[in-house]
Design a protein around this ligand. Structure first.
Ligand code: GDP
Ligand code: IMO
Ligand code: MG
Length: 426
């Protein structure tokens, strides 16, 4: 039996976690999501079909694999059912193998409305959220106003909790004619879908412990990336959950010994959606080239992703805060369009070169990246499955990354299909 693996993003999200989880799911029995919500957009390609998953774990396409959504996830109940139904129409049946924690907090229609109102209030300083209600839902959870999956089964309690929202959120909801502010509508809609949740809600922590004891192999699927972590990312330009390994422990109710290998997902360059500092950001033709070659448009919102060079300073930070054992380098093929490739090795600030991410946002916003230049390979490497078949310049690039981060490369992705993968030997 191999070790359980946790997959976490090491940049600002969209590193290709979906593809890697889908791939690793084949050799796993269970796939468990632990944080985030429908802000995530995880893309997987199966033959000619493209699937974008927001809440359902990316292992779902493998028949017979069991999928869990943990208590740390904030779940849009309507969105989840839509996703399940859409999978069903595409021939993927989740019945009897997709379960959700009774303790997961729900993202309500009013959370999405508040997300919009707050982004508008921030004006030019807006975060560029996905408007999926994530921040407002996590805020309610922490403030202990949240409505949980289990509440759907207790109509009176649900009604009382909803009525209470009108008082605690009067600032946003009082007199608001948007139907998302209408608690009667929300209550009726929730009562309609409650029976479907009765069938799938479980205690995920208990289930995972049972399965783990039986020797089942568990794959933990992270959403977003280390630099979007609420505590350790580029706050306040982050999401509202712990996207790093700690989030898996509290988001599923498991102890650290259940996690075997920590696999960080690293895109061969960097992207970011939304606002916030991005030291290696490119604004020139190279950005256009990478954005087009890599189809860098958001899987959830369709927004053009900001694009930049690989940033080893932030990656070292991501590896440290996650205790990364190995990395998967994705989208290496996309760099095939470039003559020269830059890699940021240090941040310069006030004439001093540093190796660490400054915790202060103002400082981070003014650092200048120090680059090391690499020759490009100017070849289409899409679909290569053997490391030795990569051009020497591409191998050189990978070796440099592994050495600089002090981690092993577990796999290299050379295209969006499952088969476009180089599995490295241990
Ligand atoms: P996630 O949020 O980390 O799961 O990543 P996304 O799905 O949002 O974005 C990654 C995109 O890159 C998706 O469209 C994937 O299909 C695609 N992708 C993943 N790996 C590769 C790769 O190695 N090469 C190319 N060209 N595309 C890839
Ligand atoms: P996956 O799992 C990329 C970003 C948003 C915004 C910030 C806060 O596909 O990698 P939120 O809606 O969470 O309050 O937005 O976080 N963001 C992501 N960026 N990939 C994601 O998920 C993201 N989820 C949130 O763009 O900058
Ligand atoms: Mg994504």
């Amino acid at each position: 039996m191999g070790r359980n693996i946790i997959v976490v993003g090491c940049q600002w999200g969209d590193e290709g976690k979906g593809k890697v989880v889908d791939l690793l799911a084949e050799k796993s029995d269970i796939i468990a999501r632990f944080q985030g919500g429908a802000n995530a957009g995880h893309t997987i390609h199966i033959e000619d079909k493209r699937l974008i998953l927001h809440l359902v774990p990316s292992g779902v396409t493998h028949p017979g694999k069991i999928c869990y959504i943990g208590n740390g996830v904030v779940v849009d109940p309507f969105g989840l059912l839509e996703e399940i139904d859409s999978l069903h129409t595409q021939g993927i049946d989740t019945a009897g193998r997709l379960f959700i924690s009774a303790a997961a907090n729900l993202v309500m229609p009013y959370h999405k409305l508040i997300d919009v109102i707050e982004e508008n209030r921030r004006g030019g300083d807006c975060l560029g959220t996905t408007l999926r209600g994530i921040g407002p839902a996590y805020r309610d959870k922490v403030a202990r106003w949240g409505i949980r999956v289990a509440d759907l089964q207790v109509p009176q309690r649900l009604r009382a909790k909803l009525d209470n929202q009108v008082k605690t959120k009067a600032e946003y909801l009082a007199g608001n004619t948007d139907e998302r502010a209408d608690m009667n509508k929300t209550y009726d809609a929730l009562m309609n879908i409650a029976p479907r949740f009765r069938e799938i809600m479980v205690d995920v922590s208990l289930e995972l412990q049972k399965q783990n004891r039986q020797g089942k192999k568990i794959l933990f699927e992270g959403a977003q990336g280390a630099m979007l972590d609420i505590d350790l990312g580029t706050y306040p330009f982050t999401t509202s959950s712990n996207t790093t390994v700690g989030g898996a422990l509290t988001g599923l109710g498991v102890g650290p010994s259940m996690i075997g290998e920590v696999m960080g997902i690293v895109k061969a360059y960097t992207t970011r959606v939304g606002g916030g500092p991005f030291p290696t950001e490119l604004m020139d033709d190279i950005a256009v080239c990478l954005r087009e070659a890599g189809s860098e448009y958001g899987a959830t919102t369709g927004r053009a992703r900001r694009v930049g060079w690989l940033d080893l300073v932030s990656l070292r930070h991501a590896c440290r805060i996650n205790g990364v054992d190995s990395i998967a380098v994705t989208k290496l093929d996309v760099l095939g369009c470039l003559d020269k490739i830059q890699v940021c090795t240090q941040y310069e600030n006030d004439g001093f070169a540093g190796e660490d991410v400054p915790l202060d946002l103002a400082t981070l916003s003014q650092v200048k990246p120090v680059y090391r230049e690499f020759p490009g390979w100017k070849t289409d490497i899409c679909g290569i499955t053997d490391y030795s078949k990569l051009p020497a310049a591409a191998r050189n690039y990978l070796d440099f990354i592994a050495e600089a981060l002090g981690v092993r490369i577990a796999l290299v992705s050379t295209g969006s299909r499952r088969s476009d993968t180089i599995m490295m030997n241990d």
